[in-house]
Design a protein around this ligand. Structure first.
Ligand code: ATP
Ligand code: CU1
Ligand code: MG
Length: 741
C-alpha cells in the first residue's frame, strides 16, 4: 500500500514517443496544467519527466493518463542501471538499423528505375520488371505504411494537439507522391501508355529520413557518454558485516548504518565515515584532485573513489540516490536535458514554420500547375513535395539541445557541473568574478603559526587551554586551526561555560569563570579593550598574509594569535587566465584589509573587498551588478549561500556536498580555480556552437525553399539534404565533447 502525504511528492516517469523539443514542451505544459502538480519538467534526451505534486489531489496514474492523452507513453521510472541504459540505446539503434535496411532494400529497385528519367543516366540498363507500376506499388506500399508508420502516427498526434511538426511535413509529402502514383497506376490499366511513377519519391525520402534519424540516434548516444562514464564508476557490490557475519551484497542493498569493509585496491561502495583503518584514497574521479587523500578514523569517504593501500571499515552514511555520485549524475542528467533560454528562438521559429511551409507548398503547386507549366499536374506536385521536405525544421529543433547536452557533458568530465542549460548559457556573459578568500583562493586549511603573550613572551599553558576551550565550540575554520594548534602543543582544552559566536568578528566565552574575547580589532574596540600593545605585532603578521586574532581576558588584552592559510598553487594562474578573458577579478573576505591584500597580491588579484561581514557579501555582489556587471561569485557554498544566490552565476567549490550543490548554479568539483576560466570557456564554446547550429539550420531552410519552389531540387534530393542538415547539426554539437581547455 502506498502512503499518502499532504505535502509535496515527487515522481519520475519514463516517457516514450517523443520526437522533438516540441513534444517535450507539450507534455511539460500538459502536466503543469494538472491540478495538484506544482512543477513538471520533461527531459527530451533522457525521455523522462520529473513531477512534483500533491498526492491528495493527483496521483501517479493520473500523470500517466495525462501523458497518454497527449499521445505519448509513460510508465513510472525504474532505477536504471548502467547496463540497462546501454542496452536500451543499443536496442533502439538496432531497431532503427533494421528498419533502414528493409527500407533501403525495397527502395533500391525504385531508385534504379528512376535512372530512366534523366537523359544523362538513361544509358543505364534497367530490368523490365523494375519499371512495372504494379511491381513498384508492391515495393512502395510497405515502405509507406509499415516503415513510414511512425511519421503518420507522429503527424496525427501533433495535429490532434493543434500543432504541426516535421512528421506532418514528411507524411504530407510522401503521401502526395504515393497516392498520386497509385492513381497513375490504376489509370495505366485503361490508358495503356507508359507513364512516370513517383513511388521512388516517397520510398527514397523515407529511407533517407530514416538514415538521418539513425545517425542522429547514434550521435546522441555518444553525447550521453558522460553520464555512462559516471554511472560506470559505481561499485557493484559491497562487503558488509551484519551481526558479525561478512557477506558480499549488491550495492543497492546496503543500508545506512551498515558496517562496510573495503579492501586495498577496492572501490569504496558508498559514502560513509571511516571507523577503523588508515589508508589513502584516490578521489580524482569525483573531485578531479589527482593527489591521493589520507583517510583515518572519523574521516568521510565518498563512494566510487578508490581505496589505495590500507584496509578500511566504514559506516555507511549515504546510500542509493543520496550518495555524492548519484547527486552528480542527477545534476548532469538534468542539465543535459534542460533548456537554455536561447532555445526559445528555435521553438518560436519552428512553431510558425510548418504552417507557413504548407502554405508555400500549396502556392508553389498552384503557380506551377496554372502559370509556369500549365496542366502538368505531376510536375507541380513534385515541386510542392520538394518544398515540404526541404523546409522541414528538424535541424532547427536539434540545434540547441544537442549542444547543451554535449557541452554540459564535457564540462562534467572536466569537473564542472552546470545545474541547467540556463546557467550554461548565462556563464558566457560573465565579466566580473568575485572570489571568496578562505577556501577559494586559499586552501582553506588554516594553520596556527604564532601565539604571543601581551609582553611578547610565550603563553603559559593555562591561558592556552582557555583559548582552546573558547574556540572549541566554534565551527569557524580559524577556530579549528587554533584548537588543533594548541592541542598539538600538548595542551588539553578545558570546558567552556558559555559560548557565543559573533559572525565576522570572533567569539566570546566564559572559561573558568573568566570572560574570554577572541577576534578582530573591532571586536576588541566594541568591548573597550586597549590593544595598543598588540598593534605592531599584529600588523607584522598581517603583512605576511596571516590572520591575526586578538585575545582578551576579562577585558584586558592578553595575546595575539596568528593563523596562516596558504594560497592554492594554481590560484595565480587561474586569475591570470580570467584576466586574459577580459574579466574583472575581485577577492572578497571578512578578514582584515592588510591580510587580504597580502594574499591577493600572491594570487595576482588587484581588487580586494576586505572586512566584509558575511551578510555584506551579497550586497557587494549587488553593487557590482548595479554598476552593470554580470557577476560570478565563487565560494565554498555554505556561508556564502546568499552571495552565491545573488550573483548572476553562483559557483560553489566543493566535493558535492548537498548544501553547496543546492545554493549554487555551478559546482566546481576541483578545488583548482582554473575551473572558473574553464567553465566560462566551455559556456562560450557551447553558445558559439548553438549559434552556428541555429544559423546553418535556418540558412539551409531559407536557401532551400526558393530552390525547391523553382523546381531545381528533386524531392529525393531535398530529403537527402534534410537528413544531411540534421546530421551536420548533431556532428557539430559533438565537437564540444572533444573540447580541450
Ligand atoms: N571563531 C573565531 N575566532 C576568532 N576570530 C574569529 C572567529 N570567527 C571570525 N573571527 C574573526 O573575524 C574575521 C572575519 O571572519 P569571517 O568569517 O567573516 O571571514 P574569514 O573566514 O576570515 O574570511 P572569508 O570571508 O574569506 O571566509 C576573521 O578574520 C577573524 O579575525
Ligand atoms: Cu526533417
Ligand atoms: Mg569564511
Amino acid at each position: 500500500m502506498e502512503t499518502t502525504f499532504s505535502d509535496n511528492e515527487q515522481a519520475s516517469l519514463q516517457i516514450t514517443g517523443m520526437t522533438c523539443a516540441a513534444c517535450a514542451n507539450r507534455i511539460e505544459k500538459g502536466l503543469n496544467k494538472l491540478e495538484g502538480v506544482s512543477q513538471a519538467t520533461v527531459n527530451l534526451a533522457l525521455e523522462t519527466a520529473q513531477v512534483h505534486f500533491r498526492s491528495d489531489s493527483v496521483s501517479v496514474p493520473d500523470l500517466i493518463k495525462k501523458v497518454e492523452q497527449l499521445g505519448y507513453h509513460a510508465k513510472p521510472k525504474e532505477e536504471r542501471k548502467i547496463s540497462d541504459l546501454r542496452d536500451e540505446r543499443k536496442q533502439e539503434v538496432r531497431k532503427q538499423q533494421r528498419k533502414l535496411l528493409v527500407s533501403a532494400i525495397l527502395s533500391l529497385p525504385l531508385l534504379w528505375a528512376m535512372v530512366g528519367h534523366f537523359s544523362f543516366t538513361s544509358w543505364i540498363w534497367v530490368p523490365e520488371l523494375f519499371m512495372n507500376p504494379w511491381f513498384q506499388l508492391v515495393l512502395a506500399t510497405p515502405v509507406q505504411f509499415v516503415i513510414g508508420k511512425s511519421f503518420y502516427v507522429g503527424a496525427y498526434k501533433a495535429l490532434r494537439n493543434g500543432s504541426a511538426n516535421m512528421d506532418v511535413l514528411v507524411a504530407l509529402g510522401t503521401s502526395a507522391a504515393y497516392f498520386y502514383s497509385l492513381y497513375l497506376t490504376f489509370e495505366s490499366i485503361t490508358s495503356h501508355h507508359e507513364v512516370e511513377m513517383y513511388y521512388e519519391t516517397s520510398s527514397v525520402l523515407i529511407t533517407l529520413i530514416l538514415m538521418g534519424k539513425l545517425f542522429e540516434l547514434m550521435a546522441k548516444g555518444r553525447s550521453s557518454e558522460a553520464i555512462k562514464t559516471l554511472m560506470g564508476l559505481q561499485a557493484k557490490t559491497a562487503l558488509v558485516v551484519r551481526e558479525g557475519i561478512e557477506s558480499r551484497i549488491p550495492i543497492e542493498e546496503v543500508l545506512v548504518g551498515d558496517l562496510v569493509l573495503v579492501k586495498p585496491g577496492e572501490k569504496i561502495p558508498v559514502d560513509g565515515e571511516v571507523v577503523d583503518g588508515v589508508t589513502s584514497v584516490d578521489e580524482s574521479m569525483i573531485t578531479g584532485e589527482s593527489l591521493p587523500v589520507d583517510k583515518r578514523m572519523g574521516d568521510t569517504v565518498i563512494g566510487a573513489t578508490v581505496n589505495a593501500n590500507g584496509s578500511l571499515r566504514i559506516r555507511a552514511a549515504k546510500v542509493g540516490r543520496d550518495t555524492v555520485l548519484s547527486q552528480i549524475i542527477k545534476v548532469v542528467e538534468e542539465a543535459q536535458g534542460s533548456k537554455a533560454p536561447i532555445q526559445r528562438v528555435a521553438d518560436v521559429i519552428s512553431g510558425i514554420f510548418v504552417p507557413i511551409v504548407v502554405g508555400i507548398a500549396i502556392v508553389t503547386f498552384l503557380v506551377w500547375l496554372f502559370a509556369v507549366d500549365s496542366g502538368n499536374f505531376s510536375g507541380a506536385l513534385e515541386k510542392a513535395i520538394a518544398v515540404l521536405v526541404i523546409a522541414c525544421p528538424c535541424a532547427l529543433g536539434l540545434a540547441t539541445p544537442t549542444s547543451i547536452m554535449a557541452g554540459s557533458g564535457r564540462a562534467a568530465e572536466l569537473g564542472i557541473l552546470f545545474k541547467g542549460g540556463e546557467h550554461l548559457e548565462a556563464t558566457h556573459r560573465i565579466d566580473a568574478v568575485v572570489l571568496d578568500k578562505t577556501g577559494t583562493v586559499t586552501n582553506g586549511k588554516p594553520v596556527l603559526t604564532d601565539i604571543e603573550g601581551a609582553n611578547g613572551k610565550d603563553l603559559d599553558s593555562i591561558l592556552l587551554s582557555w583559548i582552546a576551550a573558547a574556540e572549541r565550540p566554534s565551527e569557524h575554520p580559524l577556530a579549528d586551526a587554533v584548537v588543533a594548534g594548541i592541542e598539538a602543543r600538548g595542551v588539553e582544552a578545558v570546558e567552556s561555560e558559555s559560548f557565543q559566536a559573533i559572525p565576522g568578528h570572533g567569539v566570546t566565552a566564559f572559561v573558568a569563570g573568566r570572560e574570554l574575547l577572541i577576534g578582530t580589532r573591532k571586536l576588541m574596540g566594541e568591548h573597550g579593550v586597549d590593544i595598543s600593545a598588540a598593534e605592531q605585532r599584529m600588523s607584522d603578521m598581517e603583512q605576511e598574509g596571516k590572520t591575526a586574532m586578538l585575545v582578551a581576558v576579562d577585558g584586558v588584552y592578553a595575546a595575539t594569535v596568528g593563523v596562516a592559510d596558504t594560497i592554492k598553487e594554481t590560484s595565480k594562474q587561474a586569475v591570470d587566465r580570467l584576466r586574459d578573458l577580459g574579466i574583472q577579478v575581485l577577492m572578497i573576505t571578512g578578514d582584515n584589509e592588510r591580510t587580504a591584500r597580502a594574499i591577493a597580491e600572491q594570487a595576482g588579484i588587484r581588487e580586494v573587498l576586505a572586512e566584509v561581514l558575511p551578510e555584506g557579501k551579497a550586497n557587494e555582489v549587488k553593487k557590482l551588478q548595479v554598476a552593470g556587471k554580470k557577476v560570478a561569485m565563487i565560494g565554498d557554498g555554505i556561508n556564502d549561500a546568499p552571495a552565491l544566490a545573488t550573483a548572476d552565476i553562483g559557483m560553489a567549490i566543493g566535493t558535492g556536498t548537498d548544501v553547496a550543490m543546492e545554493a549554487a548554479d555551478v559546482t566546481l568539483m576541483r578545488g583548482d580555480l582554473n575551473s572558473i576560466p574553464d567553465a566560462i570557456a566551455m559556456s562560450r564554446r557551447t553558445m558559439q556552437n548553438i549559434k552556428q547550429n541555429l544559423f546553418w539550420a535556418l540558412a539551409y531552410n531559407v536557401v532551400g525553399i526558393p530552390i525547391a519552389a523553382s523546381g531545381f531540387l528533386a524531392p529525393w534530393l531535398a530529403g537527402a539534404a534534410m537528413a544531411l542538415s540534421s546530421v551536420s547539426v548533431v556532428l557539430n554539437a559533438l565537437r564540444l565533447q572533444r573540447v580541450k581547455l
